[in-house]
Design a binder for this molecule. Structure first.
Ligand code: CDP
Length: 806
């Protein structure tokens, strides 16, 4: 029976369900150094593998000589493309429909490309072996600039594609061209531009960067020759997909592959794809019969396994003189590096970039994206973003500011004038999406009131006047950003990975004592799923969250799921959890009715159990129902209390937010100071406000890094010049500004608990807020658009180009 002495509030609080700031249960082990990461794994007889990598960005490989390497004590094998060809694994398929060399086959196409894999008894011996492998290269001309890659006489990068005029996404129009993707109505959009009273056009670049999780990519592969089984422990954000990919390319039966993702130290998209290290470690284990560990170092991670962004977006807006937008035209040159290994759902070569109309009611729009090969690392991962959404948000949010500047309208006012109205939801965008819900005006006005936006603009005007009078060398910028995200990939009607629909899953087993275990197809890389998934179940079935254990990441025990990236966990796995819990509750209701000797319809749910309608003292708690499920179920009913749900979402979810960055910049040094950063997020129903705040803090910190300095940069020879944390900006608590967070709640109408994703939002909305602040600061000196990243040096250079040094 329920505890009748407890108040309703006490019973609700005891559950620690949705809305509660429940402390992160996983932190008990993390804060005590008891996490269990891949590199903690030590198996008997385990070997170590490491790569010989190319110093060249483009070169022919004339020969590889392993003789001396094999004499190094401890070195057991040197695997090359020739070795891999014997098992048909020299090349592997990418998620984007291209193929990628596992080890250099005839030539190398980017600096630090994997050339040979040295296997040894320990990591030091493997490194010594690497130094003894002799590779003869013949350097070839290098293409780093994606615009130059499309020149008629640009060097041919992918000789393996010679003569192929069609790729995975349609015709190729040049030897370094991958695909052209276009969306929207070109004729109507062109007509809107012909009729426009005002237009703007700007080439807005989003530079190449990298997710750089603190734990790099790594794995341990162990092949059991007797059973013919391969076990892989790895840093995988999507373990089931890895199992299927390994089965398909290694031709091993899928039931004989066991993939385990233990604790993971950050993913941010970097750990979605399959990398040569995984294939080589698996082959090495099959060849040697011993477990083989591969652990990337930092330079390898930054230079070889994936990248993010590298989008060059020529953006045009058509508008009336009053500032009402009438059309949007965007052309993107997308630099994919040497292989098209973007981690996007199969049908979306440019991810969800067609969310580029943002939060605004564009009647017409047209978008084209050209994917291009260059001599850079492949990847194109969704670095804390949902498949190119952050590029899209940056593009439209910069463009709206540029339009505001041209029309001399306040950027916040321009946005308010063009927002999709609350009554327009569900809203069909000109580029094909159906936005589920939103109340943009309320969010924007709350931001403006909370920050006293009007007073800040007044202060800025005074500062500008003082600058012009020569009384200060400091300029002030207000960076407004209003973003709409698209998260929760996704509905099977338009999202799959390698043909597998992007559903997600949950299995719940309740034990007799009123405790249970939930196994979920998502995989936390630090987001706190063990805490929040239990909160959903607690609210749904009235069992305290502390009594629910959450398990993810083991393909033998978790139901098949598509993993965690692009903030899809809450929209898809979170929904599967609620649906599985509701199946438990439905069976529980039948058991309670039987035990209370009433009809099921005479029962109503009450926080932590059922009660008979009109007889509040006649109750049965969920805890008691769990016990009854194992000893006295109704005749004909199977005992036990378990349920599984595979959830195929009917739509994505569309979180949004209003951000403001207040920044001062010293024009003589380029040094900036972030005075304030306010972030209002609306992610629908909030499961755990404390975790949401943590997600926003983390995402804003990454946005700050990207906008203000983090970059993977190449010189003309294709050398990566930002290949370590000495040069690649990784902010610490010292540089990171203070974050002010806020929220509104607009539930998703189609999600079982009304929740939308949140993890990516601060990165998506944060980058334009920082960049708009810098651009806003300089705008009164005559500048229209300054490219990111906005480090001190570039700010100083911008000031210089605007003539502030007499
Ligand atoms: O897919 P990923 O876990 O990276 O992103 P998410 O779905 O946005 O969730 C990140 C974390 O925030 C999870 O622990 C969620 O449970 C939590 N969250 C929440 O408490 N309420 C929401 N409406 C959305 C996410």
């Amino acid at each position: 029976m329920n505890d009748l002495t407890a108040t309703r509030e006490q019973r609700t609080a005891a559950l620690e369900g949705m809305g509660c700031k429940r402390k992160r249960v996983e932190d008990i082990r993390f804060t005590q150094g008891k996490g269990n990461y891949v590199d903690d794994l030590k198996l008997p007889g385990m070997l170590h593998g490491d790569f010989v990598r190319s110093p060249h960005a483009h070169a022919r490989v004339k020969s590889i000589n392993s003789e001396e390497a094999l004499k190094v004590p401890g070195v057991l094998a040197v695997i090359t493309a020739e070795t891999l060809k014997t098992v048909n694994l020299a090349w592997m398929p990418t998620l984007a429909g291209d193929v990628q060399m596992v080890l250099a086959d005839g030539k190398v196409l980017f600096q630090n490309q994997e050339v040979a894999f040295v296997v040894a008894t320990d990591r030091y011996a493997a490194d010594d072996g690497i130094n003894k492998v002799v590779v003869e290269y013949e350097a070839l001309p290098v293409v780093i600039d994606p615009f130059k890659a499309m020149d008629k006489d640009a060097p041919v990068l992918r000789e393996d594609l010679a003569g192929k005029t069609t790729g995975a996404h349609g015709p190729r129009k040049h030897h370094n061209h991958i695909f052209e993707w276009s969306v929207g109505d070109k004729d109507l959009t062109d007509a809107a531009f012909r009729k426009a009273e005002v237009t703007i056009k700007e080439m807005i670049s989003y530079h190449r960067t990298h997710p750089s999780p603190l734990e790099t990519c790594q794995c341990v592969c162990s092949f059991d020759k007797i059973k013919g089984e391969l076990t892989i422990w790895g840093t995988f954000q999507a373990p089931h997909v890895i199992r299927t990919v390994v089965s398909l390319i290694a031709k091993l039966p899928e039931q004989k592959i066991h993939v385990i993702s233990p604790d993971i130290g950050g993913g941010f998209g970097n750990k979605v794809g399959a990398y040569p290290g995984y294939i080589c470690a698996a082959v090495a284990s099959i060849v040697t019969g011993k477990p083989v560990k591969w652990v990337e170092d930092r330079i390898e991670n930054l230079t070889a396994t994936s990248f993010a962004r590298d989008y060059h977006m020529t953006t045009e807006i058509a508008a009336t003189k009053e500032g009402k937008v009438t059309g949007l035209r965007v052309h993107v040159l997308a630099d994919h590096g040497a292989f098209d290994a973007c981690a996007d759902p199969s049908k979306w070569p440019a991810g969800f970039f067609n969310i580029v109309t943002g939060s605004y009611d564009f009647p017409v729009a047209h978008l084209t994206v050209d994917g291009i090969y260059t001599n850079k690392a492949p990847g194109g991962v969704a670095y804390r973003c949902s498949f190119r959404v952050t590029e899209a948000a940056y593009c439209i949010e910069r463009a709206m500011d540029i339009l505001a500047q041209k029309l001399d309208i306040d950027p916040a006012e321009l946005r308010l004038k063009n927002f999709i109205q609350p009554q327009q939801f569900p809203y069909h965008s000109a580029l094909g999406w159906e936005y589920d819900s939103g109340d943009y005006h309320t969010a924007m006005r709350k931001m403006m009131e909370s920050t006293d936006y009007a007073a800040l603009r007044k202060e800025q005007a005074e500062k500008r006047a003082a600058f012009k009078r020569g009384e200060t060398r400091e300029i002030m910028g207000l960076g407004v950003s209003f973003f709409t995200e698209i998260v929760g990939a996704g509905p099977s009607k338009n999202c799959d990975i390698l043909g597998i629909a992007m559903f997600d899953s949950c299995e719940i087993r309740m034990h007799p004592t009123g405790a249970g275990i939930a196994r979920v197809g998502s995989k936390s890389t630090g987001q706190g799923h063990e805490t929040t998934w239990a909160q959903i179940i607690a609210t749904e079935i009235g069992i305290p969250a502390d009594n629910i254990m959450v398990e993810e990441g083991n393909t033998d025990t978790a139901p098949y799921g598509l993993g965690t990236y692009g903030s899809r966990s809450t929209p898809v796995a979170g929904a599967a959890i609620a649906m599985a819990a509701r199946k438990i509750k439905a069976k529980a209701q039948m058991i309670a009715a039987y035990k209370l000797e009433v009809h099921e319809d005479d029962l109503e749910w009450d926080i932590d159990g059922f009660r008979v309608k009109g007889l509040p003292e006649k109750t049965m708690s969920m805890k008691d129902i769990c016990w009854a499920a194992y000893n006295s179920v109704p005749p004909g009913m199977e005992p036990g209390l378990e349920a599984v749900s595979y959830y195929d979402p009917p739509n994505m979810t569309y979180p949004f937010g209003a951000y403001l960055c207040v920044m001062n910049i010293d024009v003589d040094t380029g040094v900036y100071k972030i005075r304030r950063f306010y972030a209002l997020d609306d992610c629908g129903t909030r499961i755990n406000p404390m975790i949401i705040e943590g997600q926003v803090h983390g995402g804003l910190t990454e946005a700050f890094a990207i906008a203000m300095g983090q970059e993977i940069r190449y010189d003309d020879e294709g050398n990566v010049v930002t290949g370590s944390f000495m040069d690649f900006f990784m902010p610490t608590a010292v540089e990171t500004p203070h974050w002010e967070t806020d929220f509104t709640v607009t539930p998703s109408p189609h999600h079982p608990i009304g929740a939308k994703g949140v993890g990516e939002s601060p990165n998506v909305g944060g980058v334009p807020a920082f960049s708009n602040a810098v651009n806003d600061a300089f705008s009164f000196l005559g500048s229209t658009h300054i490219q990111m990243p906005h480090d001190y040096w570039r700010n100083w250079r911008a000031a210089k180009s605007l003539g502030v040094f007499a």
